[in-house]
Unconditional design. Sequence first.
Length: 313
Amino acid sequence: MAKDKISIVVPCYNEEESLPVFYDAIVNVSKDMKGVDFEFLFVNDGSKDKTLSILREFAKKDKRVRYISFSRNFGKEAGMYAGLSNSTGDYVAIMDADMQDPPEMLKEMYKTLLEEDYDCVALYSSRHDDYTFLRKFFTSCWYKLIGIISSVPQQPGARDYRLMKRKMVDAIVDMGEYNRYTKGIFSFVGFNTKWIDYIPPQRVAGKSKFNFIKLFKYALEGILAFSTTPLVISAMIGLIFCLVAFIAIIVIIWKTLAYGDPVSGWPSLACMIMFMGGLQLFFFGIMGMYLSKIYLEVKKRPIYIAKETEKDI
């Protein structure tokens, strides 16, 4: 009977300190999971430290190690896509190298997929003790907002850490869109997912690569990728203002004809013009963001460019 094979996809960006710790941990887990073959697929996302050198050493001493090194930094979304599309396992896991995704939980996740009717086991965190107050507040608001405006449900506090069956992985890879918001894609493809709540441990080294600006851009990406509600809202507000303006014109004409009331109040008129001008620019900006996504999609640029793999050493 053929053994099941699990591919571990690990996007890496400047993880030279974390990689040795992670590699030792995942190797120990693979030893405990007897009867299962493993493939460790690291994706170097244009790191500027010694990440690539460490991956080369891993590949030389361990035939299970594969890696893809990008020609530049394409982002974690591209890294996950590259790993998923090049994985060969019957099951595929996505993990971070910073040890906030505990490798030992892989045993429970694999057992769940074997014994229960699920296609994916994913982790989420209902507590964020390491977040600042502002980040907790905006994160909470974000999930409430996306739950309202998107037709694709998303689990609050969802991590990228998950173990999936091959059918689900193939469905995700088939969605070859350039503007990728993987958390939404995971939900969009469907499949039965079991969610496990856990508290992420501290990073073994380094700091998170996501600052507030990057997280804000990522949130916008999620809205633009899985909701057209902002366009509907802008159209509705435009319609409301047209109706208000029409009513105001009728009132002004009536007052002028009935009472001879002259039109006055240029300061309020100037404020209204500025307000309406700003509102128009805001909604033009929303439409511009959607248009820019279409522009990037139709150019058909590659999601990533590989410069080196383990086959080159």
